[in-house]
Design a protein around this ligand. Structure first.
Ligand code: SAM
Length: 238
């Protein structure tokens, strides 16, 4: 899968792409991330990408010309793939959206800065708008990395364990069950007996029940949309 990221701070994204699972996915040819510096598509000697807002007010606005020029140069006109604007005004990014987006072989991510982007970019270039949550960051680079990270985990073969993402929180519609590793006792705190029993049926049941319990305690809203089995209902009715 290929991501084209358009930003004025390409160096801000690099370190995260050079560690762990993303680095391995890139090395194994499953992921490619092309970082495009919007300043390369400016024509003035100061490489200006922003200007003052019409109507006055504080802050600067990202200009149309470098963003259109960069995206159309790299992706053609009209662009050959979805062009996603990172913005707090977009639809909220969830595991479900990550599952939807991993189906695309190529995605372009446009990172805003300052007060935001000229509205004509949103209207005439952008095909999707995504927010990573109801708060405002200084730029779209972290949100772009959040998307790349969450989507990469879903690319077949990107995680060491092929079933790794299957039980993750939200993937099934529930929060994931608790995990333990060695030692079996730490400061007097043990590990649930069932996990050491070797009984895979009992372990699967325990994990399912723990997922239901956690979801009920922490995110009851998820259960409202979840298709409960008769066994789930029996457990929750206890
Ligand atoms: N003035 C804008 C508003 O109120 O909607 C916020 C601009 S913000 C300071 C600058 C840039 O950071 C945005 O253009 C966007 O690319 C990015 N950004 C900030 N918060 C974000 C969020 N929650 N999700 C996605 N992108 C975000």
């Amino acid at each position: 899968m290929l991501f084209d990221v358009f930003t004025i701070f390409p160096d801000g994204l690099k370190p995260y792409l050079e560690i762990s699972i993303l680095q391995r996915a890139i090395k194994n040819g499953l992921l490619d991330v092309h970082l495009h510096d919007l300043r390369s598509w400016t024509i003035d000697r100061h490489h200006t990408t922003d200007d003052t807002p019409y109507g006055g007010g504080g802050g600067m606005v990202m200009k149309c010309e470098p963003v259109f020029a960069a995206v159309e140069d790299v992706l053609g006109a009209p662009p050959a793939c979805p062009v996603i604007m990172m913005t707090p005004q977009g639809r909220t990014f969830t595991q479900h959206v990550a599952q939807e987006l991993v189906a695309y072989p190529r995605l372009a991510l446009v990172c805003g800065r300052y007060e935001g982007i000229d509205e004509r970019i949103r209207e005439h270039l952008i095909t999707d708008q995504i927010s990573i949550g109801d708060y405002v960051l200084t730029g779209g680079e972290l949100p772009a990395l959040v998307l790349i990270d969450a989507i990469t985990r879903l690319i077949p073969g990107a995680l060491g364990d092929p079933d790794g993402a299957q039980d993750d929180s939200f993937a099934s519609g529930l929060l994931e069950y608790p995990h333990y590793t060695r030692p079996p006792e730490f400061r007097g705190w043990g590990v649930p007996e069932v996990l050491q029993s070797g009984d895979h049926g009992a372990i699967a049941r325990w994990r399912r029940e723990q997922s239901l319990k956690r979801t009920l305690e922490k995110r009851p809203d998820l259960l409202e949309k979840f298709d409960l089995t008769p066994a789930d209902r029996k457990y929750l009715a206890r």
